[in-house]
Write a protein that binds this ligand. Structure first.
Ligand SMILES: [Zn+2]
Length: 250
């Protein structure tokens, strides 16, 4: 488990490319954005060599995806301060469901289960920094909760959490929009797969309770204590380690 207490960011240079226009464009389409660390010369901008897979993915603001906004003034202030900041999109507030596939963890093989369904749906797709894919859907009123390891190499980011947006820097390659088309509504087969997984795990609403409600309410000075307690609670509940890590990193 790693907590993001290191917040050193690179000083901007005059020649660098600012991600402000992309951040403003996403906010304008109703996607709540916030700034995250970025990848420069293969390393995370926070300066922690142990960032590893999380390089360029963790927030620059104190409350992470809970700080995400559509307000162009705030967005402009953030990217004036950190021009190269990667763009985080808070999926819950933005009414998005993102199907995240990671080929390094078997995501491509897992997607084969839904090959025909995926081919039948046209939606916005981003290739990710580790050569995976983010398929974006509109959540609408569907009951879809964030589900890590829906299948091997497949996560669903929905009511809580965030994704790194197109135009951001990644470890192996930049995040690039592959299909810039209007979003499809979240397909029923995906909603059902998420609900079946929740039932199989008997998870209830643990991620909602702890992350969406408890975490933002913890005063800044108490966060380390809260984190330790939270980690202990999750371990006690035998929540898989990868879920604990995602929850605490967010
Ligand atoms: Zn980092």
């Amino acid at each position: 488990m790693k907590l993001n207490i290191v917040r050193r960011a690179e000083a901007p240079s005059v020649t660098e490319h600012s991600r402000l226009p992309q951040a403003l464009a996403f906010a304008e389409r109703g996607w709540y954005v916030f700034p995250c660390h970025w990848v420069s010369k293969g390393a995370c901008s926070c300066g922690n060599p142990e960032c590893g897979r999380h390089s360029g993915k963790h927030p620059l603001t104190d409350n992470g995806f809970n700080d995400a906004t559509l307000d162009p003034t705030i967005v402009s202030q953030w990217w004036a301060r950190w021009p190269r900041a990667n763009i985080g999109i808070a999926t819950g507030k933005s009414n998005l469901v993102v199907l995240d596939s990671d080929p390094e963890k078997g995501g491509d093989e897992s997607l084969a289960e839904w090959k025909a369904q995926l081919e039948a749906v046209s939606t916005y797709v981003v290739s990710t920094g580790r050569r995976g894919r983010h398929r974006y859907f509109l959540r609408g009123h569907a009951d879809v909760r964030t589900t890590i390891d829906l299948r091997p190499g497949i996560d669903v980011i929905a009511d809580t959490g965030y994704v790194i947006a197109a135009g951001s820097s990644g470890l192996l390659q930049p995040y690039v929009c592959e299909r810039d088309v209007p979003l499809a509504a979240v397909p029923l087969w995906l909603v059902e797969a998420v609900q079946q997984k929740a039932t199989a795990r008997g998870e209830g609403r643990v991620s909602d309770v702890w992350v969406a409600e408890a975490w933002p309410g913890v005063a800044k000075g108490n966060r380390n204590t809260m984190c330790t307690k939270l980690a202990g609670y999750l371990q006690h509940k035998q929540i898989p380690r990868n879920i604990r890590e995602v929850m605490l990193l967010d």
